[in-house]
Design a protein around this ligand. Structure first.
Ligand code: TXA
Ligand code: MG
Length: 310
């Protein structure tokens, strides 16, 4: 992708002034602000109508600055070397003298950190004197945005600037792993658990539906396109959109394919934009065919299940 340095300069100037902007990442677009500034972080929560107790992920260019903010451990370093930059978010212990705004963490002593891979955002991060806090660029509890136009649809004039980065390559949020004690997955996402397992070579716990919510991405109602969703449907109702995973012989205007070949990675990439498209086309509800519950299929099913609780 061609990098437009004038755009990056504009983004940088706004962030330096403690404004919020939208940034592209390889997973989904984010609403970014200076993670060291209370003012900037408060603006993020306000823009998204996000509950104050839902902490933000902080995005770094590399380890250098993170060392000032968090305690690192050996599991983290192994995963960092293998997968970063990439679609993986780590929960670490915050250092006492860290400059991270208390608004980011809701005064907790842990921090979610990530090293996004998108080339435009990497150049931006490299040029900033602070890391950026960035939740997904959507209204709280709704479907994330994977293009600048989708960000515009959600925020309109309220967002000062959208840094253009094309369509997000992965299309679902990062996988979240808590590494403070035994490795524990808090959110399924853009990196498969089996890839993490191969590197850590130890049991990885999965805690994506806890009785006590530690990440609101774990909330049962989330990622909603704003209309009802029915899962594992073989027969659709009249006027329903049908979300399918691979080509069927018949093409109909209400059939929406996540992947023509049944490729689950491609399906994950197309998930959010297809849900948004269906809503835009004024369907009243969505029926989803059974999606294989393996690899990225697990992430897709996780998101659709939460979206169906709307
Ligand atoms: O791919 C991504 O992770 C995108 C891009 C923009 O980087 N960001 C994203 O952020 O999905 P957000 O805010 O939509 O989701 C972050 C999740 C939330 O469920 C939040 O509760 C959880 O991370 N989280 C943040 N800090 C946490 C912490 N200290 N402990 C546990 N969960 C945390
Ligand atoms: Mg989100």
């Amino acid at each position: 992708m061609k990098i437009n340095l004038a755009n990056i300069k504009k983004a940088k100037n706004l962030l330096n002034k403690r404004e919020c902007i939208a940034i592209p990442t390889e997973t989904v677009y984010g609403i970014a602000g200076n993670a060291y500034s209370d003012i900037a972080c408060r603006k993020i929560f306000k823009l998204k109508s996000r509950p104050k107790n839902n902490p933000l992920i902080v995005h770094y260019h590399d380890l250098k600055r993170l060392k000032n903010d968090c305690h690192l451990n050996s599991d983290f370093l192994k995963l960092y070397r293998k997968f970063c930059p990439g679609p993986l978010t780590f929960i670490l212990n915050l250092k006492k003298n860290s400059k991270i705004s208390k608004i980011v963490t809701n005064k907790k002593n842990t921090l979610a950190v990530r090293f996004p891979k998108h080339p435009v955002t990497r150049v931006l991060l490299e040029r900033l004197k602070f890391p950026i806090a960035a939740p997904s660029a959507n209204i709280s509890s709704r479907v994330s945005a994977v293009t600048s136009n989708e960000v515009k649809d959600d925020f309109g004039e309220k967002i000062k600037y959208i840094l253009e980065g094309g369509k997000s390559l992965i299309g679902v949020e990062s996988t979240i792993i808590d590494l403070r004690k035994k490795p524990k997955i808090l959110r399924l996402g853009g990196l498969e658990i089996k890839s993490i397992q191969k590197i850590l070579k130890k049991k990885i716990f999965i805690d994506i539906n806890p009785s006590k919510i530690s990440a609101p991405g774990q909330l049962r109602v989330h990622y909603s396109p704003g209309i009802p969703i029915r899962l594992n449907v073989r027969k659709i109702k009249k006027n329903e959109a049908y979300l399918l995973i691979r080509k069927k012989n018949i093409n109909k205007s209400n059939y929406f394919f996540l992947s023509r070949t049944g490729n689950l990675k491609e399906a994950a990439k197309n998930l959010y934009s297809t849900l948004r498209k269906i809503k835009k086309n004024n369907y009243n509800s969505i029926a989803v065919i059974k999606i294989p519950n393996k690899g990225f299929g697990r992430t897709i099913n996780d998101r659709l299940l939460r979206a169906s609780k709307f």
